[in-house]
Design a protein around this ligand. Structure first.
Ligand code: NOJ
Ligand code: CA
Length: 558
C-alpha cells in the first residue's frame, strides 16, 4: 500500500509549463471504443466528454485522441476525407471545440492524431486524381507499370497490410492505366511529399487545430512521408507490419525537412505546441534523429514495447534508448500498449522469449500456448511501475488501467481490421485490443453505451469482463485501476530527480530516482528489497521487504 512520500525529500513539480511534455503521462483515447454517448454502439465525443472527470481523476496530464475526422473507416479513421472536421458518427466540430475547452478546464492537454502519409481514397484530392486531373494526380504517387503492357507494379514494395503496395487504375477511356502507391490499404493512397501543395495543406491543417487550442499532434507513420527518389525495389522479403529493417519506403533522410517546418509552426504558438512521432525507425539512433532540437518533441520507444518481460532485456533496451536521446536532449517516450499491438496483459500471459515480441509472432502463438491471464496481469502491473519510474514521458492505452487483456477469439465475421482480410486471414489483426471499454455492470455493454441501448458495441465484449469494469475496480483498493491512480500520484514526486541504475540480482532490475528505488523482479524467485519504506507495490500482498516474482515495488530509501 502507498504511504505518504516524506515531503522534505521531494523536489518541486516540473520546471517550466512549456516543458510539460518531457515528463507527461498521456492517455490514448481510441474514440470508437472509449464511451458511446448516443447509443449507436460506437464511441463518440459525447461519451468522451462525459468521462473527462474519470481521466482527470486517474491523474494523467494529457489525452492523445486517435483520428476523429470524417472517414469511410476502412482503417478505423486512418483513412481521412476531411482533416478539418469531425466524423459524423463521433459528433461535430463545435462539440470538438467544446471538448478541447472542457479537457483544458479539467487540467488535461489534448493531442490529436495527424495522418500525413496518405489520405482516404474518398478524399476529394484523390477523387480528382482518379478523374484524370493532372494537378491532383501529382499530389499522390502515380507511376507507369512495368512489363510490356505495364501490368506489373512499378516496384516490389508490399503493403503493410499484405499484397502489393500498388493498385492500377483505369484511364478515362476505360483502358488500364497507371498504378498508385499505398503503403497501407488500397483505400489509403500515399501522398507525394515532394509536392508543395501537400506541404502547404498539412501546415494549414496544423494551424487549423492549433488555433482551436489543440496542444499537439501524434504523427501517424512519421517515418513514411519521404520515399527514396526513383522508388527503387526493396529486394527484401515481405515485411511484417511492424518490421524495422531498412527499406526505401521508410525513414528517408528527407523527411526531417518536413518536421523542421512543422516545428517552426508549433513554436510560433503560445504556449508552444508539441509533436510525438510514430516512427518505426530501424534503431534508437535513427529514432533520435527525429528528436533533434529543431524537429519533434517525442517519439514512441517501440523497442521497449516489444521487449519480453525479462529484466535484463528491458534494462538493455531502456539503456540504449536513453543513451540515444541524450545527445539530442530529448526525453524517452515509453509505451506498453496501443491500438496496433496485442495488449500487454496478454503478451505477458505466456512464456517469455529471448527475442522481441512482434505482433505477428505474438498472434501466431495464441493457438499453440494457453494464456495465464492472472500471470499476465501481475506482470503488466509490475511493468507499469517500471515505465512510470523511468525518466521521460509515458503513454497509456485506454483500458490498460483496467488490466484488460487482448480479446483473442473475436469471430472472423466480426473482425473489422483491414489487416485481417488483406493478409488473406493469415494475420488476425488488431481488433482484439480495440474492444469497447467496460465501465459498469456485469454484462455487455458494461455501460459503454447508455442504458436501454439496443445497438451492440461495434466489436463484441467478452461476457466475463464485469469484474474489470471501471466502477467495480474503483471501489477495490487493490484493483489495477487504483494501482494506476496511486502510481500516477506518487510519480509526480519523482519527476525532477536524477536517474541511475542500481545493482540488483539476476532476473531483476533496480533504478534510483532521488530518494526512491524502483525494483522489478522478472525471475521466478523472490528477492530482498532495500531497507526503507515501500511506497507502492504491484501486488497487494503484505510481503515486507520481499519482492515476489513478477512484481515491482517503489521503495523510499533516504
Ligand atoms: C499507424 C496507425 O497507428 C495504424 O492504426 C494505421 O493502420 C496505420 N498507421 C496507417 O495509418
Ligand atoms: Ca455513439
Amino acid at each position: 500500500m502507498a504511504q505518504q512520500l516524506p515531503t522534505t525529500q521531494v523536489r518541486p513539480h516540473p520546471t517550466s509549463e512549456d516543458l510539460w511534455w518531457r515528463t507527461a503521462v498521456v492517455y490514448q483515447v481510441y474514440v470508437r471504443s472509449f464511451a458511446d454517448g448516443n447509443g449507436d454502439g460506437i464511441g463518440d465525443l459525447a461519451g468522451l466528454r462525459a468521462r473527462l472527470a474519470y481521466l482527470a481523476d486517474l491523474g494523467v496530464d494529457a489525452l492523445w485522441i486517435n483520428p476523429w475526422y470524417p472517414s469511410p473507416q476502412v482503417d478505423a479513421g486512418y483513412d481521412v476525407t476531411d482533416y478539418r472536421d469531425i466524423e459524423p458518427a463521433y459528433g461535430t466540430l463545435t462539440e470538438a471545440e467544446t471538448l478541447i475547452q472542457e479537457a483544458h478546464a479539467a487540467g488535461l492537454r489534448v493531442i490529436l492524431d495527424i495522418v500525413p502519409n496518405h489520405t482516404s481514397s474518398e478524399h476529394e484530392w484523390f477523387r480528382a486524381a482518379l478523374a484524370g486531373d493532372a494537378r491532383a494526380r501529382s499530389r499522390y504517387i502515380f507511376r507507369a507499370g512495368r512489363g510490356d503492357s505495364g501490368d506489373l507494379p512499378p516496384n516490389d514494395w508490399r503493403s503493410q497490410f499484405g499484397g502489393p503496395a500498388w493498385t492500377r487504375v483505369s484511364d478515362a477511356d476505360g483502358a488500364p492505366g497507371a498504378w498508385y502507391l499505398h503503403l497501407f490499404a488500397p483505400d489509403q493512397p500515399d501522398l507525394n511529399w515532394e509536392n508543395d501543395e501537400v506541404r502547404e495543406e498539412f501546415e494549414d491543417i496544423l494551424r487549423f487545430w492549433f488555433d482551436r487550442g489543440v496542444d499537439g499532434f501524434r504523427i501517424d507513420v512519421a517515418h513514411g512521408l519521404s520515399k527514396t527518389p526513383g522508388l527503387p525495389d526493396a529486394g527484401v522479403r515481405e515485411r511484417t507490419a511492424l518490421d524495422t529493417a531498412p527499406h526505401p519506403a521508410w525513414d528517408h533522410d528527407d523527411v526531417h525537412e518536413i518536421y523542421r517546418a512543422w516545428r517552426k509552426i508549433a513554436d510560433s504558438y503560445e504556449p508552444p505546441r508539441v509533436f510525438v512521432a510514430e516512427s518505426w525507425a530501424p534503431s534508437s539512433d535513427r529514432l533520435a534523429l527525429y528528436l533533434r532540437p529543431d524537429e519533434l518533441h517525442m517519439a514512441f520507444q517501440f523497442d521497449f514495447l516489444q521487449a519480453p518481460f525479462h529484466a535484463e532485456h528491458m534494462r538493455a533496451v531502456a539503456d540504449e534508448a536513453m543513451a540515444a536521446v541524450t545527445g539530442v536532449e530529448a526525453p524517452s517516450t515509453w509505451v506498453l500498449s496501443n491500438h496496433d499491438v496485442a495488449r500487454h496483459v496478454t503478451r505477458y500471459a505466456r512464456s517469455q522469449p529471448e527475442h522481441i515480441v512482434d505482433r505477428v509472432w505474438e498472434q501466431q502463438r495464441w493457438a499453440l500456448e494457453g494464456a495465464d491471464l492472472e500471470l499476465g496481469l501481475r506482470r503488466a502491473r509490475a511493468a507499469l511501475m517500471l515505465v512510470l519510474a523511468l525518466p521521460g514521458s509515458a503513454y497509456l492505452y485506454q483500458g490498460e488501467e483496467l488490466g484488460l487483456p487482448e480479446v483473442e477469439d473475436i469471430p472472423a465475421v466480426l473482425r473489422q481490421d483491414p489487416l485481417f482480410e488483406q493478409s488473406g486471414r493469415t494475420i488476425l489483426g488488431r481488433d482484439g485490443c480495440r474492444v469497447p471499454l467496460p465501465w459498469s455492470g456485469s454484462s455487455p455493454p458494461y455501460g459503454f453505451s447508455p442504458g436501454g441501448t439496443i445497438a451492440e458495441p461495434w466489436l463484441p465484449q467478452p461476457t466475463n469482463w464485469g469484474p474489470l469494469a471501471a466502477s467495480a475496480q474503483s471501489k477495490d483498493p487493490a484493483s489495477t485501476l487504483n494501482l494506476y491512480r496511486q502510481c500516477l500520484r506518487v510519480r509526480r514526486h519523482l519527476l525532477e530527480s536524477p536517474f541511475s541504475w542500481v545493482d540488483s540480482p539476476q532476473g531483476t532490475l533496480a533504478l534510483r530516482r532521488g530518494g526512491v528505488e524502483c525494483w522489478l523482479n522478472t525471475s521466478d524467485a523472490p528477492v530482498n528489497l532495500p531497507a526503507g519504506q515501500v511506497l507502492v507495490r504491484s501486488t497487494s500482498a503484505d510481503d515486507h521487504n520481499l519482492l515476489r516474482p513478477n512484481s515491482a515495488a517503489w521503495v523510499f530509501t533516504p
